[in-house]
Design a protein around this ligand. Structure first.
Ligand code: HEM
Length: 270
């Protein structure tokens, strides 16, 4: 019986074809080391091809900054860093904390401070970090005020900033009660009473904070929920909006370097 002619083999699909050797490669095959070096880039490319995230990252990070930008412009980023540090240390503290007014809260804080590995360090970072964040947020606000960054078109970012300032202070106030020692207890009673003296909404506000007419177990749970759920959520959302507006509008040039007085700045803008 006559044998049928052998058909040519079908072409290999592209992924199986060996790539041509690159300049400097001996036999056309990349070494294990080279493959490992490129693995990260490949993963980033793979994600980017499906999400186009790099466009957004580039839009956010690669911005032109006005002439005269100096160290004072880093105060906002410093505040952001303080917030992130508070978030990270706060998560670790929450792993041990018990919002139990009948001695459990105090005991859990004592346990973190005296017995947990690095507990005192992490608690110290969170405690001092809260003061650092308050100081930084005021310095940053002062910088934007002196630079006139609250003017058109950045009024909305100033308003968001004012809310961020209030939220930062509420974080400090609610966090202060959590150790539930004598100082925390009495200082918070004073704070809640001060809130109660506010016009119109004052009494409602203090009732809300206490969780009723009496200061006690409900107050502690309420402060804990506000401290670790409500305010951080609002802060994250508003910081996102704040940074979006900074990226969109750019930062303000120092008012003492107006193009009117320095014509070369005007030329640079054309
Ligand atoms: C959690 C608190 C805050 C964070 C994390 C934060 C973060 C930032 C960052 C990173 C910038 C850009 C860099 C810079 O100019 O420093 C910025 C700009 C700005 N922030 Fe804040 N900020 C906070 C609170 C505030 C407050 C309390 C105000 C004012 C009431 C404010 C008003 C502004 C304004 C107006 C700008 C634009 C600055 C310009 O155009 O030069 N921010 N913020």
């Amino acid at each position: 019986m006559p044998r049928l002619p052998k058909l040519p083999a079908p072409p290999l699909p592209a992924p199986f074809v060996e790539p041509p050797p690159r300049p400097g490669e001996a036999n056309g095959k990349g070494g294990v080391l080279e493959g490992a070096q490129e693995a990260g880039i490949t993963v980033v490319d793979w994600v980017d091809e499906r999400t186009s995230l790099s466009g957004g990252v580039r839009w956010m990070l690669f911005r032109k900054v006005p002439k005269g930008t100096n160290w004072f412009y880093t105060l906002g980023s410093a505040t952001l860093f303080a917030f992130l540090s508070q978030a990270v240390t706060g998560v670790f503290l929450a792993m041990y904390y018990r919002p139990d007014a009948a001695g459990g809260a105090y005991e859990s804080i004592r346990h973190v401070t005296n017995e947990v590995f690095l507990g005192q360090f992490v608690r110290g970072m969170h405690k001092w970090g809260s003061s650092v964040m308050v100081v930084l947020v005021f310095l940053h606000m002062g910088r934007t005020f002196i630079w006139g960054a609250y003017k058109y078109p950045r009024e909305l970012n100033w308003v968001i900033g004012v809310v961020l300032l209030i939220l930062t202070l509420v974080m400090s106030f609610t966090g202060y009660l959590l150790p539930f020692d004598q100082r925390a207890y009495w200082a918070t009673i004073v704070g809640v009473n001060i809130n109660g003296t506010g016009p119109l909404i004052g009494p409602y506000l203090s009732d809300f904070l206490r969780g009723g007419g009496e200061f006690g177990a409900t107050t502690l749970s309420r402060f804990y929920a506000i401290h670790m759920l409500l305010i951080p959520g609002l802060l994250i959302a508003l910081i996102g909006a704040h940074l979006y507006l900074v990226a969109k509008l750019g930062t303000t040039a120092p008012p003492w370097r107006e193009p009117k007085q320095e014509p070369e700045l005007l030329e640079a803008e054309v």
